[in-house]
Design a binder for this molecule. Structure first.
Ligand code: ATP
Length: 336
């Protein structure tokens, strides 16, 4: 019988099953002013949760508390089954954080960066190499793997940031405005990368100023304003709450905008919204088919030519204005 010279390693602490993220009454004050004033969140594992709100709403503060970078002043927060205040080390083992600025090396190429971070995370040389190859493939960076990062486009750069934060395949990933400052094509690339991340089993909490982004990526959305929850639900449920469908009419002649606005207000549920430059008039409607028929009939009777008549669900931007009374504001960078 061989003697044990070492005590067997303690079994890894396992978290109970439950949501990936749960907060109850989460509070944070800065010099007596609440940045978070009692936020409740419940994010099931394997889902994407969108945290939306204008600048200063408290999104980054919430993410920093959940990522154990900041201590809450009240309430509770659990991530991957561990309390962020009592077990921060356990939380840190299970999370990844992508802030607005990541720390990849500009001189190294993508593959070298991934291998370097793999080694920093104590992977062996072969494992680090294999993991780098796997991530370059998963994030569509195969062809650019040998290019110095300084020569990457914005979208490639963000995908590499995501790949770096995925080296240890975190259970929960925090993405704080992952596409701020990117052009539309690069944003689409990052969205694919986020989907790849979720397909790999990671739960994502995404803060974004692009409401379309939450609509595309999130299973559920929490809208925050001044540190409190204003609304929550699926993107579809939030849109449905606002009276469902809208009809937009795009006119051939901008002289007719006012007449058509009056016409739409008789058929629709609220005041018409007018975009004179685009010659577009829109209104929320209740019974979509009846309203569409009525609009087309009224335009014909009045002899008004429309370039287009569109029946659509409201965008999240419209949802946001309705819920908060203000538009989603541009990012700090865009506003600077
Ligand atoms: P943004 O999109 O601009 O990042 P946000 O929703 O992430 O906004 P937070 O950055 O969490 O908002 O800020 C919430 C509130 O707390 C704001 O009023 C902000 O001015 C304040 N705040 C944030 N950090 C600090 C700090 N270190 N000291 C003092 N006040 C702070």
């Amino acid at each position: 019988m061989t003697a044990l010279t070492r005590a067997p390693a303690a079994p890894p602490r396992r978290a109970a099953d439950g949501p990936a993220i749960r907060t109850q009454g989460l509070r944070k004050d800065y010099r007596g002013t609440p940045a978070l004033d009692g936020i409740d969140l419940d994010v099931p594992r394997g889902t994407v949760h969108g945290l939306l709100g204008p600048n200063g709403a408290g999104k980054t503060t919430a993410v920093r508390i959940l990522a154990t970078l900041l201590r809450p002043d009240g309430g509770r927060a659990e991530v991957a089954g561990f309390d962020v205040a009592r077990d921060p080390a356990e939380v840190r083992l299970r999370i990844g954080l992508l802030g607005q600025h990541a720390a990849v090396d500009e001189i190294l190429d993508g593959r070298q960066n991934l291998e370097m971070f793999g080694r920093l995370y104590h992977l062996g040389p072969r494992t680090a190499r294999d993991r780098a190859a796997e991530l370059l493939d998963r994030f569509g960076l195969d062809e650019t793997g040998r290019k110095p990062v300084g020569a990457y486009s914005g979208g490639m750069r963000r995908r590499l940031d995501l790949a770096v934060s995925m080296i240890l395949a975190p259970e929960v990933m925090f993405l704080d405005e992952p596409t701020t400052g990117l052009d539309p094509r690069a944003r689409t690339e990052v969205w694919s990368a986020v989907r790849a991340l979720v397909a790999g089993g990671t739960t994502v909490l995404l803060t974004t100023q692009y409401l379309e982004e939450a609509d595309r990526l999130a299973d559920a959305i929490t809208v925050v304003g001044r540190g409190t929850v204003i609304a929550r639900g699926t993107p579809d449920a939030l849109k449905a709450r606002l009276g469902g469908d809208r009809i937009d009419v795009v006119l051939a002649d901008d002289d007719e905008v006012t007449a058509v606005a009056a016409m739409l207000e008789r058929i629709g549920e609220a005041a018409a919204e007018i975009d004179a430059e685009a010659r577009r008039v829109g209104v929320p409607v209740r019974d979509r088919v009846a309203a569409l028929t009525a609009v087309v009939g009224a335009l014909r009777n009045a002899g008004i030519e429309a370039e287009d008549v569109i029946l659509r669900r409201p965008t999240l931007d419209e949802v946001f204005v309705d819920l908060t009374g203000r538009a989603a504001t541009p990012s700090k960078e865009a506003a600077a």
